[in-house]
Design a binder for this molecule. Structure first.
Ligand SMILES: NC(=O)C1=CN([C@@H]2O[C@H](COP(=O)(O)OP(=O)(O)OC[C@H]3O[C@@H](n4cnc5c(N)ncnc54)[C@H](OP(=O)(O)O)[C@@H]3O)[C@@H](O)[C@H]2O)C=CC1
Ligand SMILES: N[C@@H](CC=O)C(=O)O
Length: 420
C-alpha cells in the first residue's frame, strides 16, 4: 500500500480531491514513487448518498480518523472555524501532514497550526485557502523570498466576480447569478461570506500573514462586499467606461502608512483587472526587487481547488529544505505606533446618489456631475476620512476609483448622459 490519506469533507472540494487523486493516480505515483490511498472520509450527515468506493471508511466521527494507523496526510475541506481547528490540532499531534482549503479557519488559527506543525515535524499547506487554483501562496513562499512585498492587489472572491460579470453582461440579476454560482460550486455554504466580503477578507489576512509574518487586528481592516451594488449602478458605471471589481488591497511601502482593505471599487480600461471576468481571480504583487507580477486563474470550483491541494501534496514530499518564515519587524512597529491607517492624500471617488446634493446637508465640491437614470452621479476628489464622515447615508453609494486614471479623463458618452 502507498501513503495513507484521509479527506475531511465530501462537498465540492472534498469530491474534487477524491476524483483528482484517482484520475491522476499513475501520474502522482510517477512523481512520488508511491501511490496515495484515500482510506477514510469524514462527513457530517451519515445518511447522504455518496459515490465512494466500498473499501473507504466513511464516518462522522473524528475519533475514527485519529485511530487510523500510519495515516500520513489529511486533506481538510469542511466548513467554518470550529470544530475544524480542534480536529486539525489533534491530527497534527498524531503526526500527519495537513492540507487545508478552509480560509475562515486558517485566517483565524493558521499561525497556531503552523507553529504546532513545526513542533511535530509535519507540514501544513494552505495553497487552496487563497484564490482557488492560482498558486499564489507557493509563489510568495517559495519563489519570492528575497523580495520585501510592498503591495498586493487582488480579486480574491470568485463568486463576487462571477456575479458582477453576469450582471454587467445582462445575463442575470444579482439573485440569479448568486444561485448559479452556488450551483457551480463556487459559493460558500453560507454565501453571505462571499457577497459581504468576509471570504476575501480572510484571504487578504492569509496573504498578509504569508508575506509579513504578522496578524493585523481584524477590526483595523475595512471590509465591504458587493451586496449593495445594483444592476442600475453597473449599467451607469459601464456608460462611464468603468467596471466594478471586488478588490482586496495591502500596501507596506517604506515610510508610508500601511494600508489594507477589502471593498468594491471602480476601475477603468487601463487597470489590469478590467478584463478579469467570471470566476477568475487575479493577484498583482509588487516587491522590493520585482516591479510587478500578476497571477490569474480560476478562483473557485471543484477541480481548481483540488488542483491546488494535490499540488500541495506533492510539495510536501518534494520540498526538503525548510522555508524560512517571514517576520516583517518594520510593519509591526509601524502598526504599533501609528493611530490612524487612513491616508491623508486625496483620492478619487464616484458617488451614486438618489438624493440631490442639496439634500446631503454638506457642501461638497465636485469635479463633474451627471444625471443618469434615477441617480445623480458625482465625481469628486477627497480624503478618505471626509468620505467616511459625511457619506454615511443609505441612499448614497460611494466607490473609490482605483488606478492611475484621473477623474478629468473619464470618457462620457454624451448621448447617454444628461450633463448638469
Ligand atoms: N467551493 C470552492 O470553490 C472552495 C471552497 N473552499 C473551502 O473549502 C471548504 C469546503 O468547501 P465546499 O466543498 O465548497 O463546501 P460544501 O458545503 O460543498 O461541503 C462541505 C463538506 O464538509 C462537510 N462538513 C461540514 N461541516 C462538517 C463537520 N463539522 N464535520 C464533518 N464534516 C463536515 C459536509 O458534510 P455533509 O456532506 O455530510 O454535509 C460536506 O461534505 C470550505 O472551508 C471552503 O471555504 C476553498 C476554496 C474553494
Ligand atoms: N467562495 C469562494 C470559493 C473559493 O475560495 C469564492 O467564491 O472565491
Amino acid at each position: 500500500m502507498g501513503k495513507k490519506a484521509a479527506i475531511l469533507g465530501f462537498g465540492t472540494v472534498g469530491q474534487g480531491i477524491y476524483e483528482g487523486i484517482r484520475s491522476h493516480r499513475e501520474y502522482i505515483k510517477n512523481v512520488l514513487g508511491t501511490s496515495i490511498e484515500i482510506v477514510a472520509i469524514l462527513i457530517k450527515d451519515p445518511l447522504k448518498d455518496r459515490q465512494i468506493d466500498a473499501g473507504v471508511l466513511v464516518t462522522n466521527k473524528i475519533e475514527d480518523i485519529l485511530a487510523i494507523p500510519d495515516l500520513e496526510i489529511v486533506f481538510e475541506a469542511i466548513v467554518g472555524k470550529d470544530p475544524c481547528f480542534s480536529y486539525l490540532k489533534q491530527i497534527i499531534e498524531k503526526g500527519c501532514h495537513v492540507i487545508t482549503a478552509n480560509k475562515a479557519m486558517f485566517a483565524a488559527y493558521g499561525h497556531e497550526l503552523l507553529k504546532l506543525a513545526e513542533k511535530h515535524h509535519v507540514k501544513v499547506k494552505y495553497e487552496a485557502t487563497v484564490a482557488g487554483g492560482v498558486p499564489i501562496i507557493g509563489a510568495l513562499t517559495n519563489l519570492l523570498q528575497a523580495n520585501k512585498i510592498f503591495e498586493i492587489q487582488g480579486i480574491l472572491n470568485g463568486t463576487s466576480n462571477y456575479i458582477l460579470t453576469e450582471m454587467r453582461k445582462g445575463n442575470n440579476s444579482f439573485d440569479q447569478a448568486l444561485k448559479k454560482a452556488q450551483e457551480l460550486g463556487y459559493a460558500e455554504a453560507d454565501p453571505s461570506s462571499d457577497i459581504e466580503g468576509f471570504d476575501a477578507f480572510y484571504k487578504l489576512n492569509i496573504l498578509i500573514h504569508t508575506v509579513t509574518g504578522t496578524n493585523i487586528e481584524w477590526n483595523r481592516i475595512e471590509r465591504k462586499g458587493i451586496s449593495s451594488i445594483t444592476k442600475e449602478q453597473i449599467v451607469i458605471a459601464d456608460k462611464l467606461g468603468l467596471r466594478f471589481r471586488h478588490m482586496a488591497y495591502f500596501s507596506n511601502y517604506p515610510n508610508e502608512q500601511p494600508q489594507f482593505w477589502v471593498k468594491p471599487v471602480l476601475i477603468d480600461v487601463n487597470h489590469p483587472f478590467y478584463s478579469i471576468d467570471g470566476v477568475d481571480n487575479t493577484i498583482f504583487v509588487k516587491g522590493s526587487l520585482i516591479s510587478g507580477l500578476t497571477f490569474t486563474g480560476p478562483g473557485a470550483g471543484k477541480f481548481a481547488t483540488a488542483s491546488a491541494m494535490i499540488e500541495d501534496l506533492l510539495q510536501i514530499y518534494h520540498t526538503k529544505d525548510k522555508i524560512k518564515k517571514r517576520k516583517d519587524v518594520s510593519l509591526i512597529q509601524t502598526l504599533n505606533s501609528e493611530k490612524n491607517v487612513n491616508s491623508n492624500n486625496e483620492k478619487n471617488w464616484i458617488i451614486f446618489s438618489k438624493l440631490n446634493a442639496n439634500q446631503w446637508n454638506i457642501h461638497i465640491q465636485y469635479k463633474k456631475k451627471f444625471n443618469i437614470d434615477n441617480y445623480a452621479i458625482f465625481l469628486i476628489s477627497a480624503r478618505e476620512q471626509v468620505i467616511k464622515q459625511y457619506f454615511n447615508n443609505a441612499n448614497i453609494f460611494v466607490y473609490e476609483l482605483i488606478g492611475d486614471e484621473r477623474i478629468d479623463q473619464i470618457k462620457i458618452n454624451e448621448q447617454q448622459l444628461q450633463i448638469v
